[in-house]
Design a protein around this ligand. Structure first.
Ligand SMILES: NC(=O)C1=CN([C@@H]2O[C@H](COP(=O)(O)OP(=O)(O)OC[C@H]3O[C@@H](n4cnc5c(N)ncnc54)[C@H](OP(=O)(O)O)[C@@H]3O)[C@@H](O)[C@H]2O)C=CC1
Ligand SMILES: C=C(/C=C/[C@@H](C)[C@H]1CC[C@H]2C3=CC=C4C[C@@H](O)CC[C@]4(C)[C@H]3CC[C@]12C)C(C)C
Length: 324
């Protein structure tokens, strides 16, 4: 974490200086602390590599997944060692009709849950990479301390609190265990929320790509049903852009946020209720998304005017149909 933090600070300063010296800086405020925070260059590149996209996608989510993978392996080792100490013979699973045998996985269900949650997230970022260039952070935010530091250090080393908490409880010989019903309920919630989150993002981004004529079908795994809308409905704006009102977007204006928040909540719930620390992510993330919603409403209102009002009339709810 220290390396990631120091690296985040060095890259921020380096990028700011390069932007100023080469004249590639833009939308500068003139206040050095503010410009360091927001950045100087929009899309810094080395060759073909867009550094901001590499930093937002390739680094944080992979690190987060590897933190969870390491914790799951460590938990397995601890539990195996405890069984051996207690004089128990390690359980073995015969695979392929007994042709291969492997030691049973001893990682606790909550840690396997976190591993699955982080695997789903990192896999989505990799398999849906073509959808990302048109998102707000890539086309609008400059590459400054906010994005650089958060992606190098914040995401991997603060979004993993649930995982670390579960491992620490296991190390202290007080592992978190839930009833089969509670655990199954959370696994099902995670998978359903993931489905909505993934397909809502891809419905909107692919719809936009289809409008621009840049849509290319990919075979990355998993391609989920309803990820691409066949006959999408939309509001045509005078600006030229179309606002999607089909698929998940017919029910609420931010279906991907609702689903993402539900996943974030499940990361906390799987740790139980003894500590608030694993709930950091869902609290922080709610704040981020509420801020984004406000910013986005202002952005769309000024960009689309009366057409945005018509869109809000057709899709009146923000997060939960008929409630909010
Ligand atoms: N885990 C994390 O740390 C984070 C995760 N995320 C996730 O990333 C995903 C993307 O989020 P984000 O980029 O913030 O936001 P959006 O994907 O909602 O992007 C907002 C933009 O999309 C366009 N848009 C909005 N509604 C429509 C519509 N109905 N039809 C067509 N275009 C529309 C508008 O842009 P335009 O001007 O082009 O019309 C709007 O400004 C979400 O799932 C979010 O949860 C986001 C931030 C952090
Ligand atoms: C703001 C930050 C990071 C944001 C990213 C994690 C998300 C930004 C755009 C998201 C995605 C867009 C479209 C997708 C298509 C779907 O089929 C799969 C999911 C996804 C790739 C989705 C994944 C998350 C994003 C990349 C930083 C500052 C924390």
């Amino acid at each position: 974490m220290s390396v990631a933090m120091i690296w985040g600070i060095i890259v921020t300063i380096g990028c700011y200086v390069v932007g100023r010296v080469t004249g590639r800086d833009h939308r500068m405020s003139g206040s050095i602390p503010y410009d360091l925070f927001m950045g100087a260059i929009l899309n810094p590149r080395i060759g073909n590599v867009d550094l901001k996209m590499w930093n937002e996608i390739r680094i944080p989510w992979k690190l987060l997944f590897f933190v969870s993978l390491s914790a799951a392996v460590k938990d397995h080792e601890i539990n195996m060692a405890r069984e051996l100490q207690a004089g128990l013979t390690p359980q073995v699973w015969p695979l392929f009709g007994g042709m291969i045998e492997m030691n049973a996985i001893k990682t606790s269900a909550p840690l396997l849950f976190m591993l699955l949650a982080h695997l789903l997230y990192v896999n989505a970022c990799m398999k849906g990479e073509e959808c990302i260039p048109t998102t707000w952070d890539i086309f609008y935010e400059k590459w400054g301390f906010m994005l650089i530091f958060w992606n190098f250090a914040g995401v991997p080393f603060s979004y993993c609190y649930s995982t670390l908490y579960l491992l620490n409880r296991s190390l202290a010989n007080e592992p978190i265990q839930h009833s089969k019903f509670y655990t199954t309920f959370l696994f099902v919630t995670l998978l359903l929320a993931y489905y909505v989150w993934d397909t809502a993002n891809s419905q909107k981004n692919r719809f936009r790509m289809q409008q621009r004529g840049t849509f290319v079908e990919r075979k990355t795994f998993p391609q989920l049903p309803w990820g691409t809308l066949k006959k999408p409905t939309y509001v045509q704006t005078k600006h030229g852009n179309k606002l999607l009102t089909g698929g998940h977007w017919r029910f609420v204006r931010k279906p991907h946020y609702t689903a993402d928040l539900l996943m974030a909540l499940s990361w906390g719930l799987i740790t139980g209720f003894d500590s608030l620390i694993p709930y950091f992510y869902v609290v922080f993330f709610t704040t981020v998304l509420v801020h984004r919603v406000g910013r986005d409403e202002i952005h769309c209102q000024s960009k689309y005017g009366a057409d945005f009002d018509e869109y809000c009339r057709q899709v009146p709810y923000m997060f939960i149909p008929f409630i909010f």
